[in-house]
Design a protein around this ligand. Structure first.
Ligand SMILES: *[C@@H]1O[C@H](CO)[C@@H](O)[C@H](O)[C@H]1NC(C)=O
Ligand SMILES: *[C@@H]1O[C@H](CO)[C@@H](O)[C@H](O)[C@H]1NC(C)=O
Ligand SMILES: *[C@@H]1O[C@H](CO)[C@@H](O)[C@H](O)[C@H]1NC(C)=O
Ligand SMILES: *[C@@H]1O[C@H](CO)[C@@H](O)[C@H](O)[C@H]1NC(C)=O
Length: 479
């Protein structure tokens, strides 16, 4: 026993060292692999779609042009971009999309200079005088030659819209149903009493790579008859996920996500006041909606919210990126998150294998489990495009880093609704600290820590209990 106790810290330390060493090697390899894939995709895109497609790694210049073109092509005044003389400020676009400095990536990048040079040669150079800091990182404020601004404003040389869906995205009827329907709104699943009998509304917002099925297949069947007859339950598929539109030219910014929810749920269903239930990434959207409609929110229930308070002096976007995607191979879920955040082309490949072929995987799952497994999770995880997942991840999780404190303060000061946070004790993706840190900013928030539950099983598998808990929260906050 004594030896066991003594060796434990040593084992932990050894484990950590091994994790670090293996992670370093694996991520060096992945850095290289992503660059190779970048070239491969350039060629394949060109062969199939007859056009070079810009990506975020090829050159910062190109990425900025792409972002700027998109922002300035928005109808009406754009809130995202502030054009001050010749400064183009990118408010809603996370810097982590095009710049992810890390020791490992810098080291392996320098060894890849030759490859890079090869690749850059192939791209046309439009001149934008972006401000490059000596050590290679880019600021969020770019100085752009006034000629370029005029060009952007005149939409000269604007980007051709990409074919929909792109060759690497799924063409199945579920994933493309939005193309044929002419209304440009999100898919909303509404359950409730017929007619206008519902006394209260509840809005459900799912997390990253998920869909409304996360709620409708688990929680909804477990609500009581009383709830069914007096609440209108509305679960939305976020922009780019599930059955919702997946535009190829969108940047999936916080503003776009929020406006789509307003346009698809709050306005058409004439929702005056509502309860909100959100999971993971959806919590950031829920907070943003709550702050935008402070008088309308009756209760706010957050499940595993990814909140990382940024220490003073840290670059907010980059800090959150490193928290969410630590470039470690263990735990596995952190490894997955690191790949999703750091590698545009590797994650596109994974999307190509899984999302484009999700019918096949569902079929296989049915065979293997002899039809006993319910495949709603697969459905939810697979119905998105790489473009949607990549931008949503960066622009919502990392991009909101600088604003989230403001939102929490507004919820504390301007809203009176009850705030309840549920968090699984074994959550390896979003640690329990996140919820405690929210309570530090909103002292009235209740944090419910659930033993032996992780990021997903906090809802899936305990839906019956959770349905009762929600009913209590709604009942209590309606009084
Ligand atoms: C880049 O260099 C500047 C000084 O040239 C320094 O202040 C800054 O911290 C550096 N940034 C990074 C990410 O190394
Ligand atoms: C902007 O760039 C163009 C070439 O791309 C150049 O002809 C022009 O003089 C530049 N304008 C300014 C104000 O620097
Ligand atoms: C709760 O939902 C599950 C499906 O997720 C279902 O199997 C179960 O029967 C439901 N319980 C009740 C009481 O409806
Ligand atoms: C409540 O409605 C859901 C469908 O949203 C249904 O599955 C469930 O059985 C209903 N509950 C009761 C008690 O009728």
């Amino acid at each position: 026993m004594g030896i066991m106790v003594a060796t434990r810290p040593v084992l932990t330390l050894t484990g950590r060292v091994i994790n670090n060493v293996v992670s370093f090697i694996v991520f060096c390899f992945l850095d290289l692999f992503d660059v190779i894939l970048c070239i491969v995709y350039k060629v394949v895109d060109f062969l199939i779609e007859a056009e070079w497609k810009p990506c975020y790694c090829s050159s910062a210049k190109e990425a900025i042009m792409r972002i700027a073109t998109f922002l300035l092509s928005e109808p009406g005044e754009s809130k995202v971009v502030c054009l001050r003389s010749n400064k183009l400020q990118l408010d809603d676009v996370s810097e982590t999309l095009y710049s992810r400095p890390s020791l490992v990536s810098e080291v392996s990048k320098s060894t890849l200079k030759e490859l890079k040079r090869l690749k850059v040669e192939g791209t046309t150079s439009r001149s934008s005088h972006s401000e490059r800091i000596k050590n290679g990182t880019l600021r969020s404020t770019f100085t752009i030659n006034s000629t370029i601004i005029e060009m952007l404003q005149g939409k000269i040389g604007g980007q051709q819209s990409h074919p929909i869906p792109r060759w690497s995205d799924c063409h199945c009827s579920t994933c493309t149903s939005w193309i044929s329907s002419c209304k440009e709104t999100l898919y909303v699943r509404v359950e409730g009493p017929k007619g206008n009998k519902a006394r209260e509304d509840v809005l459900f917002i799912h997390g990253f790579i998920s869909s409304s099925a996360f709620w409708t297949e688990t929680l909804f069947p477990n609500f009581s008859g009383a709830t069914n007859s007096s609440y209108r339950l509305m679960a939305v598929d976020l922009l780019g996920f599930g059955r919702s539109p997946k535009p190829t030219d969108s940047l999936y910014t916080l503003r776009e996500h929020i406006e789509m929810i307003e346009r698809s749920v709050l306005n058409p269903y004439k929702v005056k006041s509502f309860h909100m239930v959100a999971h993971s990434l959806g919590c950031i959207l829920a907070l943003a909606i709550a702050v935008k409609h402070p008088g309308a929110v009756k209760s706010l229930t957050l499940i595993a919210p990814p909140y990382f308070p940024v220490p003073k002096g840290e670059q907010a976007n980059q800090y959150v990126l490193r928290k969410v995607a630590p470039r470690r191979v263990w735990p596995l879920i952190a490894f997955g998150a690191s790949i999703a955040c750091w590698y545009e082309h590797i994650s596109r490949t994974i999307c190509l294998l899984i999302c484009k072929n999700h019918r096949f995987w569902e079929w296989l799952a049915k065979i293997v489990t002899r039809n006993r497994m319910r495949t709603f999770m697969l459905d939810g995880f697979c119905c998105h495009t790489h473009n949607a997942a990549w931008h949503t991840l960066h622009n919502i999780i990392c991009g909101s880093a600088g604003k989230i404190d403001e939102y929490l303060d507004a919820v504390r000061d301007q809203l009176t609704c009850q705030v309840t946070i549920f968090h699984g004790k074994d959550d390896e993706l979003v640690s329990l600290h996140c919820s405690y840190d929210i309570r530090k900013r909103i002292p009235r928030a209740d944090v419910m820590v659930i033993d032996k539950k992780d990021h997903i099983t906090i809802v899936v598998g305990r839906q019956k209990t959770f349905a009762r808990e929600l009913e209590q929260i709604w009942k209590y906050s309606s009084r």
